[in-house]
Ligand binder design. Sequence first.
Ligand code: SF4
Ligand code: SF4
Length: 303
Amino acid sequence: MNTSLYIPASYIKEKAKEAGFDDCGIAQAEQLHSFSEHYSRWLSLGYNANMHYMEQNTDKRANPKLLLPEAESVISVVVGYKPSQQISRPPFVAQYAYTEDYHKKIKTMLFCLINTIQTDYPTFKANAYVDTAPISDKIWAQRCGLGWIGKHTLLINTKLGTWLNIGELVCNIKTEYDTPMNIRCGECTKCIDSCPNGAITDSGINANRCIAYHTIENKAEQLPADINLGGYVFGCDICQKACPHNAHPQAKIEISDERIKQLENIGTIDEPTFRKIRKNTAMDRIKYTQLTRNIDKNKNNKK
Ligand code: SF4
Ligand code: SF4
């Protein structure tokens, strides 16, 4: 039975804006053959490092109809997170982790959007995702016209730069679709040149060389000797800071002086203080032992 229904794209975008999203685009739900090939190559090179969960559900990653059989469209949404002020000296924390974890926030906003649409269209059916399912947020955001994927492999939105989080609804509606944006990197290689470990390759990010991977996902007691953490103890913004499309970011999150001070002292805090600082943020993903390991690694890099 075909359960698809038509809802105007303008209605969905208006409701997405009311729900608090900074931008919204829509694409037809279809199998992504070129993404499958690219992703298989990336995995075959071992660029996922120890993130073995990325080897699972590869068919679902490339086909939203395997996530929702009635899928007709993917609605992609973005929320900017550029903080109003930044940590001024190392040790650094990636800016997305300065405040509340975006997963919960965006999921709540997506559920609000679903409820609103269902009030007017009771047969609207959607699954909401924020990094929580095998679906490529960036690829769908690009297909939905929300930006292009730069050489650093991140989505670049013309208003928010790369300082954004992405969520999506895989849903049963038919509507007007957005046009994917062309890549605007040109001859620029600033992100590639800026990476301290040469992690940006033609086949994607090599996690084995990426600071974001080592500071968060790598649980080993010692990090590889040839990895430079670039002053970071959680995540990494280096290639984003180098990107000219991030030159004039619009601050989206207000950060107090007190919060910046807390973060700037992260190199010398004890475990209870770290627990307090990381609460409800993405930093909840690492233990205190990982933090101290990362701090020590930065000190050793300086020697
Ligand atoms: S996040 Fe950091 S380490 Fe990873 S590719 Fe970008 S600059 Fe390199
Ligand atoms: S730094 Fe240059 S090459 Fe890299 S994503 Fe930005 S524009 Fe593209």
